[in-house]
Ligand binder design. Structure first.
Ligand SMILES: Cc1ncc(COP(=O)(O)O)c(C=O)c1O
Length: 386
């Protein structure tokens, strides 16, 4: 009964992780969940207050302008100028979206035809795959390896693949590896995109979460980036607003127009109150963001130190709220994740769920209190696998 497009959709790997977790939770109330990417802290109070006031504005009870209120696009432009020193035209270079998960799926439908090739990071965020499958395009993974600091090595991609490629997804700070990109790397990306006419979509979901005093750079800071690409950013992670569903894309005018076109057919934009609260979040005092980053950094330090104490040596992530740790000898990612779940009641995401090159790793989220992270490592210590 399903259309061919739906039949092409990849399995939702994380549905299985959730199922296994629920199974263990049925009999245990002390499961520590480091498996998901759902921020654990509440939305900052000043954003909630703005939403409360805005919800009674009758203007917002009507349909909103289909591509979003101009004040939110202006707030996005203000954010980019303030945080990244990038000038954005709010009218033509911003698309408002109901979270970037939606945008990341839509953009493939905007830019790819059946038979085209799209390049994706491997390991990488699985939602890139869904849009590519719906568009009937082919997907080619770009291995992200520890020896290359989890950046793709473009020299290793064949000429044929580069010639057929129409779209490339990148994501720094990276989910799942926690790696960040350098200016030189983004310059290479722009050069490659220009040479082979490949559109670039940079997923900047964790753009506000950089550690050790470093702000992760925006792709749009690179000269020429706007000629070939866009960047997507979400309020889910920066302001703990995952349930609110608000994100945006910025950059190349043609791609932004294509996203607005497809959205014109799918949606009628977001509730105006959410747009007002989102604009406020982006433009108000950003102390809540620096506090959040401090919290994640401190959790990161606890996790890395405790893990190293038991002989589990993983690289400290430079950004995002994930740590990407190797599995011990003799285990696959999935077998190790199962061991932790069933024997230590600690949920981690097996690396193979993010692609072939995720095998050999597990992803741990920094999304619980430090005490729980310590307890998780104590339980893992008892398994005597390191
Ligand atoms: C790398 C990455 N991109 C995009 C998203 C989507 O975020 P949202 O749909 O909440 O904007 C996530 C969420 O987990 C993510 O990890």
């Amino acid at each position: 009964m399903k259309s061919d497009a739906l039949k092409r959709l990849p399995d939702q790997f994380f549905a299985e992780l959730v199922r296994k977790t629920m199974e263990v939770k049925k009999n245990h109330d002390d499961v520590i969940n480091l498996g998901q990417g759902n921020p654990d802290q509440p939305t900052p109070a000043h954003i909630i207050e703005k939403m409360k006031d805005a919800s009674s504005n009758p203007l917002y009870h009507k349909y909103a302008p289909f591509s979003g209120f101009p004040f939110l696009k202006q707030a996005v432009a203000d954010y980019y100028l303030r945080e990244c020193n990038v000038t954005i035209d709010p009218e033509t270079e911003v698309a408002i979206m109901s979270g970037t998960k939606t945008g990341l799926v839509e953009v493939s439908q905007c830019l790819l035809n059946p038979g085209d090739t799209a390049l994706v990071p491997d390991p990488g965020y699985p939602d890139y795959w869904s849009g590519i499958a719906l568009a009937g395009a082919e997907m080619v993974g770009m291995p992200l390896l520890p020896e290359n600091d989890f950046l793709p090595d473009f020299q290793k991609i064949s000429k044929d693949i580069l010639t057929n490629a129409k779209l490339m997804f990148l994501n720094y700070p990276n989910n799942p590896t926690g790696a960040v990109a350098s200016e030189e790397f983004f310059q290479q990306v722009v050069g490659l995109g220009q040479e082979h006419s490949i559109h670039i979509v940079h997923d900047y979901a964790y753009g506000a979460i950089g550690f050790d005093g470093e702000r992760p750079i925006s792709f749009l800071e690179t000269p020429g980036a706007k000629d070939i690409g866009i960047e997507m950013m979400t309020l889910s992670k920066t302001y703990n607003m995952a349930g609110w569903r608000v994100g945006f894309a910025v950059g190349n005018k043609e791609i932004i127009a294509a996203i607005n076109l497809i959205q014109d057919h799918y949606y009628c934009s977001l509730f105006g109150g959410i747009q007002e609260a989102a604009a406020h979040a982006l433009t108000a005092d950003q102390t809540c963001v620096s506090e959040l980053v401090k919290t994640y950094e401190s959790r990161r330090n606890v996790l890395v130190e405790e893990a190293s104490r038991i002989g589990w040596n993983g690289q400290a992530p430079a950004g995002s709220f994930f740590a990407w740790f190797p599995v011990p000898d003799g285990y696959s990612s999935e077998a190790f994740a199962d061991l932790l779940l069933y024997e230590a009641r600690v949920v981690v995401a097996p690396g193979n769920g993010f692609g072939e090159h995720g095998e050999g790793f597990v992803r741990l989220g920094l999304l619980c209190e430090e005490e729980e992270l310590r307890e998780a490592i104590k339980r893992i210590e008892k398994l005597n696998v390191f």
